[in-house]
Design a protein around this ligand. Structure first.
Ligand code: NI
Length: 178
């Protein structure tokens, strides 16, 4: 990571940018590495355990994660153009939250284990078999790249309530609401 990392402002629900589908990263150059570093800095500052580029307004298929526990040594992970190539039949339920939907949590059921192919920060092709929190977090972040939010998995009634609450809050702070 570089020394000139910048904390970026987070895009918050109901900003329509969050519904944008991100496009693949073509070349892994200094700009992309810089973006990944800024995203990690922003994620650690929040603090959060995962962040997709679209959450700072960049519609590129790039996400960062660190699912280590507090007090453990940091393990920043960068996933470029990640693709789920296998999902387990077995499913698991986690209480999820999102930096773009602050202070809201809900249980979401997803495949318990997945295999993801991706390109790393150095431009090398990689594959990871993930389970537990890593599997959930990867699926949550990959959803962001497709304009999907974890509230899309809860009941419409609950989702509408959350969106209403955030739309009201956005109006209060003078942001553009949809
Ligand atoms: Ni999120």
């Amino acid at each position: 990571m570089g020394i000139d990392m910048t904390i970026k402002p987070l895009i918050i629900l109901p900003d329509p940018v969050l519904r944008q589908v991100s496009t693949p990263v073509e070349t892994i150059d200094a700009d992309i590495r810089r973006l990944a570093d800024d995203m990690l800095e922003t994620m650690y500052d929040a603090p959060g355990i995962g962040l997709a580029a679209i959450q700072i307004g960049v519609p590129k298929r790039l996400l960062v994660l660190d699912v280590t526990k507090e007090g453990e040594e940091k393990q920043p992970l960068v996933f470029i153009n990640p693709k789920v190539v296998h999902s387990s039949e077995e499913r698991s339920v986690y209480e999820e939250g999102c930096l773009s939907i602050p202070d809201y949590y809900a249980e979401v059921e997803r495949p318990a284990a997945i295999t993801v192919e991706y390109v790393d920060r150095e431009g090398k092709e990689q594959a990871v078999e993930a389970e537990g929190l890593l599997a959930t977090c990867l699926q949550h972040e990959i959803d962001h790249l497709n304009g999907v939010l974890f509230i899309d998995y809860i009941s419409k009634l609950k989702r509408d309530m959350v969106i209403r609450r955030f739309t009201k809050a956005a109006k209060t702070r003078g942001a553009k609401a949809i």
